[in-house]
Design a protein around this ligand. Structure first.
Ligand code: SF4
Ligand code: SF4
Length: 720
């Protein structure tokens, strides 16, 4: 590699070559000023976060491990936008290489050499270093050009800053500043990279007669290619030397500017995103935060009521728009975009917390109709479906923030009349539908056997039926089918009859924490008096709360969803199937079973085992599109002139050829899609049916009162 005639120590780059002393002094003063600005900027941001509420973080080692895994794999960035993820990886890793390389030079030149006389930046190490840095610059450059291309030419809607929560004439509608910031960020980095290459090239042309430089030029292939081009264009050695001076300063100052402004610009996501990923909760939506029992008020009213992690989240947002695109409320035209909510809170946080003094209470209000405030209709538009949380590449947890703000609204009595009625029903009657609690088990009267009362006798399986299975006429049929399946399979099961109260999943997500706690404690007390091994429910909302949230109140149970149970029973040969269904359907993942509890496989396995072919919708599993019922929205009718989330979903399903059913696993999905299949005119093509009903039909357990039309050509299963 190195010509034996050359001294390896001479194969290096002489820093500040031919620079007068005053220039070096100015350079170091500029460097120190940039670093000082950077440190001050970090201090301001950290002080801002510190004004949020304290939280205790457990299992940090595990969280940091997950953060490192996600950063190394770039998993969260590649999902559903592979090209952007790959290009971001190119920028990230190559930029990190350039940073480490530059830091290595500083370490040698400014620390090790003056203090201990150690040097290593020469010879083979220097040559390989030059090659690596040259190629890393290409990686960053290609990535940045792609990012520009997708912004400018692909013009992705998720990257415009159209706000659904503001009218165009409103003072805080315009977010073009963010677009400008995005472009400045990209151009700043591009200019640093390009000037770096031209600087390298001008040095090569300048030193073209120096064998210790020119003979090794191809270790900097890009710089050399540019140098040859410059040479061909007639640039003399002297001209290149002068160009080098000017470029050196330009390149250096623009890099210092980048460092100095880093904590104040989009570039800060390099730190905040890593911190945000390290602070993620395992179940941000499935298990909502508890309230402080000693607090005078609950929920978030002012920006400082958020905890410091949530304030940091607002700064971690890269404005990628993935949550904006995934949000069913936004897609349906509701005034909610999770991205815009995060940015609004960021602006409020910046406006009110950066100064030395904490401003007046009114300036801190997070919810209201003013500038940089979240409107109540925005908060009530949310379905708590967690699509935003799930797709956010930097681990922002929108749903707990929304619920915290709702808690304050509910405490202040600021809610829709329909929500208020539902909550009053729950309070008085133990169910959101407003039915007499004594009628909770009326659906069982249509069975030709009696379900055990789990309060009176021990059972293996306690079935927590839930409100919709108990009272909704359509879903009562599913409950009856499930009862028949359990009975026919010889399961020892029982229910709580009128002692059951709504589990409280939606009550909690609406923000009525006090009522939720009452429900949890009451149900836990009732369950404590029963003897059982396991809890089953057909309702993913109840499933979620019983499984994930009741443990915080002392209720620790083995909870299973009905589809998980029947999957196990089918595997164990406990379900006496008489025929195969022979149907082609599509299957909708409910948010609470799927995204919140990561159960995508059991319902699909059940369908496969009973001879149902599933044709997936484009958005499936963790990308499933909410029916629109979650977060208490089932209680609030959607405006008639809007495309409801369930209608958008039904239109997606209707695009699939040759299917005859839309299969659900949740009573609230059933409710929403039963309406949507009619309102979209697809009721002659698609039957909305429950997984449980399909199994019951394969067991020939249909009730004589069932209104279902069996359009299939079943295949008998021969015995033996
Ligand atoms: S939880 Fe769902 S509805 Fe609510 S903001 Fe997130 S994506 Fe939108
Ligand atoms: S909140 Fe997350 S997903 Fe949404 S725009 Fe910001 S970084 Fe992207």
């Amino acid at each position: 590699m190195i010509n034996p005639a050359h001294d390896p120590q001479a194969i290096t780059r002489i820093l500040f070559q031919d620079f007068p002393l005053w220039m070096m002094v100015v350079f170091y003063i500029s460097a120190v000023a940039a670093m000082a600005m950077f440190v001050y900027g970090c201090y301001i941001q950290v002080r801002k976060y510190w004004r949020g509420q304290p939280i205790s973080l457990k299992q940090m080692q595990q969280r940091i491990g997950l953060m490192l895994r996600d950063i190394v794999s770039h998993r969260t960035l590649r999902r559903r936008d592979t090209s952007a993820g790959i290009m971001h990886a190119a920028i990230f890793f190559c930029f990190a290489t350039l940073f480490v390389g530059t830091a290595t030079i500083t370490l040698e030149y400014d620390i090790l050499k003056p203090i201990a006389g150690w040097t290593f930046w020469y010879g083979d190490f220097y040559l390989w270093f030059s090659l690596l840095m040259d190629l890393a610059g290409v990686g960053v450059g290609v990535g940045l050009v792609y990012m520009m291309y997708r912004r400018k030419w692909l013009a992705l809607p998720k990257l415009d800053y159209h706000r659904p929560d503001r009218q165009t004439a409103e003072p805080d509608y315009d977010r073009s500043w963010y677009r400008l910031e995005d472009w400045l960020f990209l151009w700043n980095l591009i200019i640093i990279i390009v000037t770096g290459y031209v600087l390298e090239a001008s040095r090569l042309v300048w030193l073209q007669t120096d064998h210790l430089v020119w003979d090794y030029r191809w270790w900097s292939p890009i710089g050399t290619s540019v140098a040859l081009l410059m040479h061909d264009f007639g640039l003399s050695a002297q001209g290149a030397g002068e160009l080098r001076y000017y470029l050196w300063w330009f390149h250096g100052l623009i890099a210092f500017l980048f460092i100095a402004l880093l904590p104040f610009t989009k570039a800060k996501h390099m730190f905040t995103a890593i911190a945000s990923l390290s602070l993620r909760n395992a179940q941000p939506t499935a298990r909502l935060p508890l309230t402080d029992p000693d607090a005078e008020t609950i929920g978030v009213r002012s920006i400082t009521d958020f905890n410091w992690k949530q304030l940091l989240h607002t700064d971690a947002c890269t404005k990628c728009g993935r949550c904006h695109e995934a949000c069913p409320a936004n897609a349906s035209g509701f005034p909610l975009s999770p991205r815009d909510m995060v940015l609004t809170l960021r602006e409020l946080s910046n406006n009110t917390l950066q100064g030395r003094k904490i401003p007046m209470v009114d300036d801190l209000k997070a919810v209201g109709d003013g500038v940089n405030q979240i409107r109540s209709e925005t908060l009530w538009s949310c379905r708590t479906c967690s699509a935003c949380v799930e797709i956010c590449p930097v681990g922002i947890e929108h749903v707990p923030m929304i619920v915290e703000m709702r808690r304050a609204l509910v405490e202040d009595g600021e809610m829709d009349a329909a929500v208020q009625t539902a909550l009053q029903n729950v309070q008085k009657k133990g169910n959101s539908i407003g039915e007499n609690k004594r009628k909770r088990a009326a659906w069982t009267k249509k069975l030709d056997f009696t379900i055990k009362d789990a309060r009176k006798e021990a059972v293996d399986l306690l079935w927590f039926v839930g409100d919709y299975a108990s009272f909704d006429p359509r879903y009562q049929k599913v409950a009856q089918s499930f009862a028949r399946i359990l009975q026919a399979s010889g399961i020892n099961f029982g229910i709580l009859y009128e002692a059951e109260m709504t589990a409280g999943n939606d009550v909690r997500r609406v923000g009525e924490e006090g009522l939720f706690e009452h429900l949890a404690e009451t149900n836990i007390a009732k369950l404590a008096a029963c003897e059982f091994e396991r809890i089953v429910t057909t309702d993913p909302h109840s499933f979620n709360t019983l499984k994930n949230e009741y443990p915080d109140f002392g209720g620790n149970y083995d909870v299973i969803h009905a589809t998980q149970l029947v999957e196990q029973m089918l595997t164990d040969g406990m379900i006496p199937l008489i025929r195969q269904a022979n149907r082609k359907v599509t299957y909708h993942d409910s948010c609470h079973l799927g995204r919140l509890n990561k159960e995508y496989e059991a319902p699909r396995q059940v369908l496969k085992k009973i001879g149902v072919e599933v044709v997936e919708m484009p958005r499936n599993q963790d990308n499933s599109f909410c029916c629109g019922a979650g977060g208490g929205r089932i209680w609030t009718p959607d405006p008639l002139d809007m495309d409801k989330p369930a209608e958008l979903r039904m239109q997606e399903a209707a695009q699939i050829e040759a299917i005859d059913a839309f299969v659900v696993n949740c009573p609230k999905c059933m409710n929403m899609f039963e309406d949507a299949v009619k309102s979209t005119g697809n009721d002659d093509k698609l039957e909305v049916i429950e997984v449980i009903e399909l199994i019951a039909s394969c067991m020939q357990l249909e009730s004589s009162e069932s209104n279902e039309t069996d359009t299939t050509t079943p295949t008998e299963i021969s015995e033996g």
